[in-house]
Design a protein around this ligand. Structure first.
Ligand code: GDP
Length: 300
């Protein structure tokens, strides 16, 4: 993870250490930390919160460099963990039950790759897993999912025709999952964002099929977000969070950006927990998100 975050680390961390390492935390240092967080794309709201907390602390006591860093880390962790007060703190599929994870996000965000990586993790962890290729709008998407299915050793349920109804594919996926005793059904969904109403209608229809056909399944809806887009990605994310009942975010391409701070903006502005992070194109380059691990990788 540390390597994956190298770009952010080079920008943020060394400067942070230079700022804080000079002596007890002071007003100048806080101002510089504010600039660093904004540069790392942590967003205005998250940055304001962290800076306000640092200011308060500054008034209360003298913090030597080590303690200042430890305190900053704690603030970052707390911010990243806050959505867990209203969302399930653990994010693993329940064994011997059908779990359905809807994977949403705009084209190019890394949805297909993430599905492949998730399938790989699930397979390795001993889950019976299946993928439903319900992004039927792009013929290439179905083919790409199939390739990832092969890589991870997970079957893919797809409809051979183009422009078929995504909900029909989900229906077939659930039927297959039920007859095979599948524990995790990963559903690829279309990533068109031109029209919020279409997106909403499509996701609503998929949800309805799930309720009807697999009423007892545990359903999660993950938004795949490209970290390199920074604040622009957040704008897209808001549309999805209105259309889909999201339960979390997968932040991809953290290896390709110096703006890893966007994780803070995502959490603060969407109120959603980050569930996984992607830091590379390979099948192993996805890991469950841990605020502790993330902050340590960022600042160490
Ligand atoms: P989709 O259109 O949302 O399904 O996106 P894809 O899964 O096809 O990914 C788009 C591009 O991003 C591909 O070239 C992927 O290899 C790349 N990609 C996906 N996740 C990551 C990641 O975590 N890091 C890097 N560097 N590239 C990624």
């Amino acid at each position: 993870l540390r390597q994956g975050l190298d770009k952010t680390r080079r920008g943020l961390i060394n400067q942070l250490k230079a700022i804080v390492g000079q002596g007890p935390l002071n007003q100048d240092a806080v101002t510089e930390i504010e600039a660093l967080l904004l540069q790392a794309d942590a967003g205005v709201e998250a940055t304001d919160k962290i800076i306000a907390a640092l200011q308060t602390k500054l008034r209360e006591e003298v913090l030597p460099p080590e303690e200042a860093i430890a305190y900053l880390k704690k603030l970052l962790r707390d911010l990243l963990d806050r959505p867990l007060q209203s969302h399930n703190p653990v994010f693993v599929p329940e064994k011997d039950t059908l779990n359905i994870w809807l994977i949403t996000g705009v084209n190019g965000a890394g949805k297909t790759t993430t599905i492949g990586k998730l399938a790989h993790i699930a397979q390795k962890s001993g889950y019976r897993c299946l993928i439903a290729a319900a992004d039927t709008f792009r013929a290439a998407a179905v083919e790409q999912v199939k390739v990832w299915g092969q890589r991870s050793g997970v079957d893919v349920i797809a409809n051979p025709g183009q422009n078929t109804d995504p909900a029909a594919v989900v229906f077939d996926g659930i039927a297959a999952a039920q007859s095979r005793g599948t524990e995790l059904l990963l559903v690829d969904t279309a990533g068109r964002l031109q029209n919020k109403k279409n997106l909403m209608d499509e996701l609503t229809k998929i949800r309805r099929i799930i309720d009807k056909k697999a009423g007892n399944a545990r359903v999660e809806s993950l938004l795949v977000l490209d970290a390199t887009l920074g604040q622009n990605g957040l704008r897209q994310a808001r549309v999805f969070s209105e259309a889909a009942q999201l339960s979390g975010v997968v932040l991809t391409k953290l290896d390709g950006t110096a703006k890893g701070g966007v994780a803070l903006a995502v959490v603060e502005e969407l109120g959603l927990p980050i569930r996984f992070i992607g830091a590379g194109e390979g099948i192993e380059d996805l890991r469950p998100f841990s605020s502790y691990e993330f902050v340590e990788a960022l600042i160490s």
